[in-house]
Write a protein that binds this ligand. Structure first.
Ligand code: SF4
Length: 488
């Protein structure tokens, strides 16, 4: 645990919590005992903000004159004061304690690219955005390049209006077993299988009601994403029931993308892929996370690397055109050689999409985090990310979405790569919050997006039983909020 108790902050009262959070962020991945007094002085003048941070002989000064430019308003001034405090804290702690630099500097949010889109919308040039990322946010050269590259690519794909058409996320909260790192709604079938039937009844009811609402409002569905959980734990008639209601209620002529996650490859059968193909599914996600058998067992998965290869064969034979595959870097016990092995073994399968996650420590996960943390090659995680990126690019894929998570190993990021022209619009609009996404099913989150870019959320209960009992209320709330958003 990071020790901050002996560090005294000499900071103006209104900035104390900002500085405190910056200390925690700066020391978060280092086992460092920080003691002594860290001082921050911030002064405002007609020439901008001047900030001085000092700690243990390290002094950092910045006079931000840029903030006086006419495109900045009072809200920007107030935000910049806090940003400078965060930057000052990070800089002096790094210098005095010889800490490694943070790839994303002071940025702690999940969506660094969303911040860039806001700047872009305000007319900032690429060069100026790069300068801000470097000077104010302390972002490394590589992450600046990557974030600008992803954001630039996404802009051409953004819908013009967040509500002319919508996307729909369908959450199926069951899995064969629960992975050690998982924080999603994912109930093992062996213990919760009895909830499947009432859940599917509730899901059919919710999709039918929302489909009717969308038809009434004449709003088409542009993308459908079925996730979870592992949706392909549903088999035979039960799966068909869900596919049928999606087809009847959500698939309009404008529906250009239909993805189903088959995260656990052992759940895919010939019958399942045939049904998916017949229903119009165009993209399936097969997620090995690693191709090392020992790691698969360690993280609580029952399948083998051969199951992954077999699942690819089934999907290819069915004619479904696109396969995404997820890997996780920084899994306990895995070295760079293991990551290289996983990528080499995936290469002949030629996935059209590769999603590269860096392990994140989630509170809802089952792992005894402290015990497993010792087995993560934290220092190698940067190299693993580079290796995965180089591999994806060599496969002809380009990075097209990027996000971060709390407590992610090495302070790094997750990046989605795809073959140009096949990028998942759902991933882009969901990540950048550029279109209303209606969530149906257990644990699904609805994001209402206004024309001005404001986002509000409504979460369905994660528990399948609670969900099934409350579908009527959930639909009513969604209906009211969506109609209010549209001014109907
Ligand atoms: S397959 Fe995915 S959703 Fe299911 S338990 Fe593992 S991480 Fe969670």
């Amino acid at each position: 645990m990071t020790q901050t108790a002996r560090l005294i902050l000499d900071v103006p009262a209104h900035l104390h919590s900002v500085a405190q959070a910056a200390v925690v962020h700066s020391l978060s991945t280092d086992q460092t005992n920080a003691a002594g007094t860290l001082s921050i002085v911030v002064q405002r003048s007609k020439d901008g903000w001047h900030c001085r941070a000092s700690y243990a002989g390290a002094v950092w000064d910045l006079h931000d004159r840029d903030i006086t430019a006419s495109h900045y308003d009072e809200g920007d001034w107030l935000r910049r004061e806090k940003e400078l405090v965060r930057l000052g804290v990070m800089r002096v702690l790094q210098e005095a304690l010889e800490l490694p630099t943070k790839p994303w500097g002071i940025l702690t949010g999940v969506r660094p690219t969303k911040m860039l889109h806001n700047m872009w919308d305000r007319g900032f040039s690429l060069a100026y955005m790069d300068t801000l990322l470097r000077e104010i946010y302390g972002v490394s050269t590589k992450r600046r390049q990557w974030a600008l590259e992803v954001a630039g690519h996404q802009r051409a794909l953004f819908p013009e209006d967040p509500n002319r058409a919508v996307s729909v996320y369908v959450g199926i909260p069951f899995c064969p077993t629960r992975c050690g790192y998982c924080s999603f709604a994912a109930y093992p079938l062996a213990t919760h299988g009895h909830l499947l039937k009432p859940f599917v009844q509730g899901l059919v009811e919710e999709i039918t009601a929302l489909g009717a609402l969308l038809k009434e409002l004449a709003i088409p569905v542009q993308t459908v994403y079925v996730g979870g959980g592992t949706p392909t734990v549903l088999q035979g008639d039960v799966l068909q029931q869900v596919l049928d209601v999606i087809e009847a209620q959500l698939q309009t002529a404008e529906c250009s993308e239909y993805t189903v996650e088959a995260g656990r490859p052992e759940t895919l059968t010939e019958d399942t892929v045939r049904r998916l193909r017949a229903a119009g599914v165009g993209r399936v996600s097969i997620n090995p996370q690693t191709m090392r058998s020992a790691t698969l067992q360690r993280i609580g998965r029952q399948h083998t690397p051969e199951d992954v290869e077999h699942a690819f064969e089934l999907v290819r034979a069915s004619g479904i055109p696109l396969i995404n595959t997820d890997v996780i870097l920084g899994l306990p016990g895995e070295s760079l050689a293991d990551v290289e092995y996983t990528l080499q073994r995936l290469e002949p399968l030629r996935p059209e999409h590769l999603t590269v996650h860096t392990l994140a420590w989630k509170r809802a996960a089952q792992w005894e985090s402290q015990k497993e943390r010792k087995h993560v090659h934290q220092n190698l995680s940067h190299v693993m990310v580079e290796e995965a990126r180089n591999t994806a690019i060599r496969w002809g894929l380009i990075p097209y979405y990027l996000y971060r998570q709390r407590d992610i190993v090495g302070g790094l990021e997750n990046i989605g790569y795809g073959r140009p022209g096949t990028e998942s619009l759902y991933n882009i609009v969901m990540m950048e919050e550029k279109q209303t996404v209606l969530g149906v099913g257990a644990g699904a989150i609805t994001k209402f997006v206004t024309a001005a870019g404001e986002v509000s959320r409504q979460a369905n209960p994660k528990c399948p039983a609670t969900y099934a009992q409350n579908v009527g209320n959930l639909v009513d709330q969604k209906k009211k909020r969506f109609e209010a958003l549209l001014g109907v």
